[in-house]
Design a protein around this ligand. Structure first.
Ligand SMILES: Cc1ncc(CO)c(N)n1
Length: 242
């Protein structure tokens, strides 16, 4: 087990079991060449632009999935946490809109962009898992997003190749390295552990693990759409495996 897991979920808890069961997919997501490019600042701007516009559209649908979790929540405390997640997601889009404004794009321009296949497939997959299943199925589909980006930020901060000065992607990195975001991700992993106990998570492991791994793969494809848009612009240097 690598050190990145340690901040999220309990040893032997459902979250860590899910993550470890798809270790290769999880690593391909959280240390994708796109992420390495954010870290060392070499990511082509065209790749980031493509990604960020789609990510704004992604977040709108992700907020809908969190709203479904408010509906499926089984306690008022859980409803409050999910309502807070919606607020945080809508606040996250302000970072997207600041980058877009710096490129001369208004919020209306971003909203008018057509959703890519990657955006549709990931967001609607999560919503479908939630509609078809219970709160645990939905939380497992949501977790790779929330927890994964917290881990991505930690990996970047620990990266020896990280460009700390003058990195054009610094405000993106700061958004997910933020202690508030990190705490939300820890709470998401803890919620999976608790639901695992209360909702028979270990007995349902095969199905839950298929959902979690699929979401991790859809995350990797989500980064990849950015790189595909900038094909040819990518600075040809070796992206290390870690
Ligand atoms: C695709 C994706 N996954 C996770 C996050 C974190 O909120 C995000 N903004 N976008």
């Amino acid at each position: 087990m690598d050190t990145w897991t340690e901040g999220f979920g309990q040893e032997g808890g459902l979250f860590r079991r899910l993550r470890e069961a798809c270790a290769a997919d999880w690593r391909a997501y959280t240390w994708h060449p796109f992420v390495q490019g954010l870290s060392d600042g070499t990511l082509p701007l065209a790749a980031f632009r493509r990604y960020l516009i789609q990510d704004y559209l992604f977040l709108i649908h992700f907020a809908r999935a969190e709203a479904l979790a408010v509906f499926k929540a089984e306690s008022v405390e859980a409803m409050r946490e999910k309502a807070e997640a919606i607020r945080a997601i809508l606040a996250e889009t302000e970072m997207h809109l600041r980058y877009c404004a710096s490129w001369g794009l208004t919020e209306a321009d971003v909203r008018a962009a057509p959703e890519s296949a990657e955006t549709v497939s990931y967001t609607r997959y999560v919503i479908d898992r939630g509609l078809a299943g219970d709160i645990l199925d939905l939380e497992v589909a949501l977790a790779p997003c929330t927890v994964g980006y917290a881990e991505v930020a930690q990996r970047i901060l620990a990266d020896p190749r990280r460009r700390a000065e003058g990195n054009p992607y610094q405000s993106w990195i700061d958004t997910y390295a933020d202690p508030g975001y990190q705490a939300m991700a820890k709470a998401a992993a803890a919620r999976i552990d608790a639901l695992g106990e209360s909702h028979g998570g270990h007995a349902r492991f095969a199905g839950l693990s298929a959902t979690f791994a699929e979401a991790a793969r859809l995350e990797a494809r989500f980064w990849q759409q950015g790189l595909d848009a900038a094909e040819g612009d990518m600075v040809p240097h070796e992206k290390v495996q870690r």
